[in-house]
Design a binder for this molecule. Structure first.
Ligand code: BEZ
Ligand code: FE
Length: 273
């Protein structure tokens, strides 16, 4: 006997089918999955009209909080773990390669290029504990990668990124290039734990659900080199009390390092394209 289709199943089937003839097959595939999962969610939790309206008001507020500097939707994606999931799905590292993690909203292209050993502290009022970061960029066979570009950026000891204070400020962000030995070295200050921007709707969501907005202390790296896959990652201070409770779920144990001494050594391993 043929199985009976329920009105809900028939409805979802019709909406999915409406996207089938799209000119772009990938767009069709993604939108059909959006419909399937959205419909399943409504059914699974028995979503009420008021709850749906509240969700629409929330997403409207998220959009209204976005501007050239602030991207509340990325923050939402980060705090829902979607940004990290995208990394896990799209950039699974080869065995032995350094692990990637989220880019975050504070990367600024075009950071000033500095020389081996230079400081990335440009604001004399920065404060904090001096720290030297050093190591080598290597390939999977352990050979140094020459002319690799390392973009580095981190939060100020005040708990704010430079661009949160002034979008034109360039403090604790720079770019370095490795030489023939693949080595990098710069002076900075020890990163601090800080809260992600939580004065918008995402912050309201976190507080309303008993979550916090802390990220464990870290330094961001974006490493590119001709013939290699780009690596976007952080190095975390292994002593941070927030290491296992990152608000954006970006910690990978292999990226936690000892920053207790004056000098922290970490070798990055990047993968050929
Ligand atoms: C960051 O590490 O800069 C960051 C990442 C995700 C959300 C907010 C900040
Ligand atoms: Fe950060």
């Amino acid at each position: 006997m043929a199985e009976q289709t329920t009105p809900i199943e028939e409805h979802s089937r019709q909406v999915c089918a409406s996207f089938a003839p799209a000119a772009d097959p990938r767009l069709s595939e993604v939108l059909q999955a959006v419909v399937r999962h959205a419909h399943a969610l409504v059914e699974e939790v028995g979503l009420t009209r008021d709850e749906w309206l509240a969700a629409i008001r929330f997403l409207t507020a998220v959009g209204a909080r976005c501007d050239d500097v602030r991207q509340e939707f990325i923050l939402l994606s980060d705090t829902l773990g979607v940004s990290t999931l995208l990394e896990l799905v799209n950039t699974a590292p080869a065995p032995g390669a350094s692990e990637p993690t989220v880019l975050g909203p504070f990367y600024v292209p075009g950071a000033p290029l500095r020389s081996f050993g230079d400081s990335i502290v440009t604001d004399p009022a920065t404060g904090g504990t001096p720290l030297v970061m050093t190591g080598t960029v290597k390939d999977l066979d352990g050979r140094p990668v020459r002319r690799a570009s390392l973009d580095v950026w981190q939060v100020q000891p005040s708990g704010l990124y430079d661009i949160e204070e002034d979008p034109s400020k360039r403090n604790l962000r720079s770019r370095f290039e490795t030489g023939a030995d693949g080595a990098y070295r710069f002076t900075t200050v020890r990163p601090v734990d800080y809260t992600i921007p939580d004065d918008g709707p995402v912050g309201t969501m976190l507080r309303g659900t008993g979550r916090h907005s802390w990220r464990p202390a870290h330094i961001h790296f974006m490493i590119t080199a001709d013939g290699f896959k780009p690596l976007v990652t952080h190095l975390f201070d292994e002593s941070s009390p927030w290491l296992e409770r990152d608000a954006v779920f970006g910690v990978r144990p292999s990226l936690a390092v000892d920053m207790d001494d004056k000098e922290c050594v970490y070798d990055f391993v990047i993968e050929a394209e």
